[in-house]
Design a protein around this ligand. Structure first.
Ligand code: BG6
Length: 455
């Protein structure tokens, strides 16, 4: 049997926009409401973020599934636009009451509560003035963070400043998957920089609050495996990792940006606007712990085509399709459980073995109803996926990795940005037509996993 330490937590993660429903209750608009109104054709089910899994109305019943799946920790986010419909200023009392009740109920179950402050959900009011491009928005975010610490500080065990900051930066400013759907290298760098600054400033204000909880950042880490040991393939892999991992890992944990990345940005004339005080703030406000989202590795080789003319990560490497790898056909992502072990070793060897936990790991499957037998989705593929990743995580812990938990994506099948409900990840099934929620086989399995601290 693979057994984890007694204080190891097992849980799941979701986010506000993906579960609550932006038109349930009072809320300001986010960029997702706006994008859906202007370009509905981009969204898989053409539903928008309006109802999602209806957690805002269903939460009392939904939270019962935390017990049914045996979770000892749960992660969600607060919606900035719900808490502060104008982005700043007047606090929405209805939002305070809602979150307070949700958080109280979770704590009453003896479940640890991890709250993230930003999960891709920029209030539209602020995107109109440039979103993360604008330091005014950084200021407003710090004020929002302070409001959250004051209103909900007593319930939260761990705060996270951001979920996957690489994603809103790249998807909004290079890849056109998130609003404002631009391709603009200069803004891409500025948004990345300002996001890090916002994170460090939230840590600073958190320290002043004297709360006893901890604060971290959630990063989607993927090691970049080189095609070969050829010097140029190795260089490609190192640079891919600078963009994907080191960009936020270094300032968040070490308190300064990675010098090789800084040089690369400067050599391309892409230095962001910054103020001297910023660097001191970043240096003095590192995180207590790290959340790691892991889905797939990167595989790269040296640049062979001169196809990228602007400054972006892919200017320095080509993706490499390795023969014989396993792919999740629905999402197109490689399945490589050993990647989690390798990340653990990178954190151990290069980031002072900081305290961390897996904050997302999971497999998205399309048309999951086809796996239904006797009314239950028999998602053995998901159980196998979890088992394989847990096996490598356990090996890493035995070798000294400082990992204290494993959270799957996701709790109840949720709305997922442009993909909406295409790929299902939940321990709990959501029937989109009836709104009914039901445990999947993996939900039952997860309860045993948590009870036995292993499998
Ligand atoms: C994670 C995000 O990276 O991927 C989640 O934090 C998202 O918000 C999840 O839902 C799955 O994404 P997708 O596109 O496969 O539905």
């Amino acid at each position: 049997m693979i057994r984890f330490p007694d204080d190891f937590v097992f849980g799941s993660a979701t986010s506000a926009t993906q579960s609550e429903g932006s038109r349930n209750g009072i809320s300001g608009e986010t960029t997702w409401d706006y994008l859906f109104q202007s370009r509905p054709e981009l969204f898989y089910n053409k539903l928008g973020p309006y109802k999602t899994s209806n957690f805002f109305n269903d939460y009392k019943k939904d939270l019962e599934f935390l017990d049914k799946t045996g979770q000892t920790a749960f992660r969600t986010s607060i919606s900035w636009a719900r808490l502060l419909p104008e982005g700043r200023g007047k606090v929405n009392k209805q939002a305070v009451d809602f979150y307070t009740d949700v958080f109280k109920r979770i704590k009453a179950k003896g479940i640890k509560l991890y709250i993230n402050l930003f999960h891709f959900d920029m209030p539209m009011k602020f995107q109109e003035i440039g979103g993360w491009e604008n330091r005014e928005v950084v200021k407003a975010y710090v004020n929002y963070a302070k409001t959250c610490f004051e209103e909900f500080g007593e319930f939260v065990d761990i705060w996270f400043t951001f979920n996957e900051p690489v994603v809103h930066t790249e998807c909004g400013y290079l890849k056109q998957f998130h609003y404002p759907m631009l391709v603009d290298s200069k803004k891409y760098v500025q948004v990345g920089y300002n996001t890090q600054l916002a994170s460090s400033k939230a840590v600073e204000i958190f320290r002043k609050s004297k709360l006893k909880s901890k604060i971290g950042i959630i990063l989607n880490l993927s090691l970049a495996y080189p095609r070969s040991c050829d010097e140029l393939d190795l260089k490609a892999s190192r640079i891919a990792q600078l963009f994907q991992n080191r960009s936020f890992l270094d300032p968040s944990i070490k308190g300064h940006f990675n010098q090789e990345l800084v040089d690369l940005v400067r050599d391309n004339g892409m230095e962001p606007y910054y103020e001297l005080d910023d660097l001191k703030i970043i240096e003095e406000n590192t995180v207590d712990l790290l959340g790691v989202n892991y889905y797939q590795p990167m595989r790269v080789k040296k640049k062979e085509k001169d196809d990228i003319k602007i400054f972006r990560p892919e200017k320095y490497y080509d993706d490499y399709k390795k023969e014989g790898i396993r792919i999740n056909p629905y999402r197109g992502w490689e399945i490589y459980p050993q990647g989690l072990y390798d990340i653990a070793m990178d954190i151990k060897n290069n980031y002072g073995n900081i305290d961390w936990l897996v904050t997302e790991n999971g497999i998205g499957v399309e048309n999951e109803e086809k796996f239904k037998a006797n009314g239950m989705i028999e998602d053995d593929y998901r159980i196998d996926f979890f088992k394989e990743h847990l096996t490598y995580l356990h090996k890493a812990i035995e070798e000294g990795a400082n990992c204290h938990g494993y959270m799957v994506w996701t709790f109840i099948d949720c709305w997922s940005w442009l993909n909406e409900y295409k790929n299902r990840y939940g321990l709990v099934e959501l029937d989109l037509k009836t709104g009914e929620k039901k445990l999947k086989k993996s939900g039952y399995w997860f309860k045993k996993l948590a009870e036995n601290k292993g499998f």
